[in-house]
Design a protein around this ligand. Sequence first.
Ligand code: CA
Length: 221
Amino acid sequence: MHVLLCEDDDLIACGIVAGLQAQGLTVDRVATAGAARALLQAAHFDVMVLDLGLPDEDGLALLGALRKQGEVLPVLVLTARDTVTDRVAGLEAGADDYLLKPFDLRELCARLHTLLRRVAGRAVNAIEHGPLRYDPSTRQAWLAGQPIDLSRREQALLQALLHSRGRVLSSDQLKDSVYGFTDEVESNALNVHIHHLRRKLGNDIVQTVRGLGYRLGQVQP
Ligand code: CA
C-alpha cells in the first residue's frame, strides 16, 4: 500500500512514517497542500492521510478542491477538531474516515486497511485468487494453504496486482506501488521483483502485456 501523508508537524509526521513503514507500508510525506497536489500529479497512491491544519491551505479546502477535480483517492483525515460541525464539514469535503489526534499508530494502520478494503468492496481481510490467498493486514501469502515467504517489495508488488485485478498496470504504476517517491530505484529493480514473484508463485502470476505493462495472471499450484 502506497500512502501519501500530508502533515506539517515534523514530529508527528516522523512518528507516522516510521510506524507505517514498520507495518510494511510505503509512505511519502509532504508538509504542505501545494506539495501534496504536486505529488498526486506525479505518482500513484492508494490512500492519503491528511492533516487539516496545514501552513498554506486548510486541509478541508484542499480535499474539497481535489474531489471537485474528480480525485477518488480514499482520504483519512487527521484532526484535533472534534465537533459535529467539523465532522459534517469533513464528510461534505469528501473525507472517507477520521482519526482524532492524539491517536495510536496501530489504530491508524488498521483504519487504512479497513478503508482500502471498503473501497475495494471486500468484506473479508484476505484476498483470494485461485489457489492463492493473501492477507494485506499481515502481508502473508499462502499457495494452496502453504505459507509463502515474500520480501517486502514482493508483497507490495503482489498487493498492487491483486488490487488491480483485470487491469493493466504500467511499470511506472507498479514502481509507485513498490517504492516510495524518494527511494532510489535501479532501472531493472522491478524486473527482479517480478522474476522472484514468478519463481515463487508460477510464471503466469505476472502477465506481461507488450508495450503496456503488467497484469495479474493465473496461479498454478
Ligand atoms: Ca498541522
